[in-house]
Design a protein around this ligand. Structure first.
Ligand code: ZN
Ligand code: ZN
Length: 405
């Protein structure tokens, strides 16, 4: 099959690789119909994530058709159309049983690496380094899905791929970020970062009853999407003092909750840096927690700071005193995707949200290496790229990017 393989910093290639096979009774093989490039894939592309091996297949946002199942699976059949969570979870361990799916104790065969850094390992992830399991990802024609009986969610007929694909990651991630704010009637929610996760956090905050959402970024395309699709008030941090502006627009109180959807540029995974790469982590930490510091500083007393953005290791100059003085609540962590698949699918079916609004680029899998470049550079108003394995490359059919906005 064809797959997008990682070879090092800024080096991803489409290659022919062996087709995946059933290895365990609860595996399924999925023929990918649509996948996506995620902001957290850029950490791999930028070479920040340790324990990558040349030839690793990337991609953790994907969906498709079941073409093979292991003997242990009774709730899926060949031909089913499914979306798969980016977190891999067994469904049976202490954590899965408590709905803490991204903490699954059984899905990371390389957990000892993460334990050395964090004390305990999070779940395995698709296409995201060997310390998170070394699972092949879904920017490919086929993928093996472990524990498919609890992960893969069947999609009813009539819903196009683009409406449901983001159940795999960014919609639940944005939704959990908003849910973590415990939004009350009349609340103002401020969202730092208007990438795809920020966009879903904005929509979700309104779905959960926020009176007003204020979106903060400096990318005009993202701010436009936040205003037009998300109905958020927007602040460009190049033009205004965020703290002053937020205070002014909330009658001097500050926002009731603040969502940091910046992190390492995206929602990503929890292992962007490990202990023996502390130097790299600290280098990142010099500017990246800026949004988080600002959120803590700006949040009203007794408010909530919710962090879907990724923080890998150590934060420099973390204003813990301000958080203590104001009695803030912190909520964060890798998304428990499995928990949200069904309820968010129902919202899509009820037309409460159409997640495809975030797509700006549609390209063939063959053109994925070029799409990484475009996405990385935020060129051509790029916010979200979806990949279609079945489509011919732009170079062969003469078509450019299919633009949605
Ligand atoms: Zn993602
Ligand atoms: Zn588990």
């Amino acid at each position: 099959m064809k797959a997008l393989c990682w070879y090092g910093k800024y080096d991803v290639r489409i290659e022919q690789v062996p087709d995946p096979e059933i290895l365990n009774p609860r595996d399924a093989i999925i023929k990918i119909t649509t996948s996506a490039i995620c902001g957290s894939d850029l950490h791999l592309y930028d070479g920040y994530i340790p324990t990558m091996v040349k030839g690793d297949i990337l991609g953790h946002e994907f969906m498709g058709e079941v073409v093979d199942i292991g003997k242990g699976i009774t709730n899926l059949k060949i031909g089913d159309r499914v979306v798969v969570p980016f977190t891999i979870a067994c469904g049976k361990c202490f954590f899965c049983q408590r709905g803490l799916w991204s903490s699954c104790d059984n899905s990371n065969p390389n957990s000892h690496i993460a334990e050395a850094v964090y004390g305990f390992s999070p779940s395995g992830l698709f296409g995201y380094s060997h310390m998170l399991g070394g699972y092949a990802g879904g920017q490919a024609e086929y993928v093996r899905v472990p524990y498919a009986d609890v992960g893969a969610t069947k999609i009813p007929e009539g819903l196009p791929d683009e409406k449901v694909l983001f159940l795999s990651d960014i919609f639940p991630t944005g939704y959990m970020a908003a849910e973590n704010c415990n939004i009350q009637r009349g609340d103002t929610v401020a969202v730092w970062g208007c990438g795809p996760v920020g966009q879903f956090a904005i929509k979700s905050a309104y779905l959960l009853g926020a009176e007003r959402v204020i979106a903060i970024d400096d990318n005009p395309d993202r701010l436009r999407m936040a205003a037009e699709d998300g109905k958020a008030c927007t602040i460009n941090f190049d033009d205004e003092d965020i703290y002053e502006k937020l205070k002014h627009t909330t009658g001097g109180l500050g926002p009731d909750s603040c969502i940091d959807a910046v992190g390492l540029e995206a929602h990503g995974t929890s292992l962007d840096a490990i202990y023996d790469q502390a130097k790299a982590a600290l280098m990142l930490a010099t500017d990246r927690p800026h949004a988080l510091r600002q959120a803590i500083h700006s949040c009203r007393k007794g408010g909530t700071v919710s962090v879907p953005g990724v923080y890998g290791a150590f934060l420099d100059k973390f204003p813990f005193g301000a958080a203590f003085a104001k009695g803030l609540t912190f909520k964060m962590g890798q998304t428990h995707v499995h928990k949200y698949m069904q309820p968010l699918l129902e919202m899509i079916q009820l037309d409460q949200i159409d997640p495809s609004f975030v797509i700006t680029h549609r390209v063939s899998l063959d053109d994925a290496p070029e799409a990484y470049k475009t996405f990385k550079a935020q060129k051509d108003n790029c916010i979200k790229v979806v990949l279609k394995p079945g489509q011919p490359a732009a170079s062969s059919n003469g078509n450019g990017h299919g633009r949605a906005h």
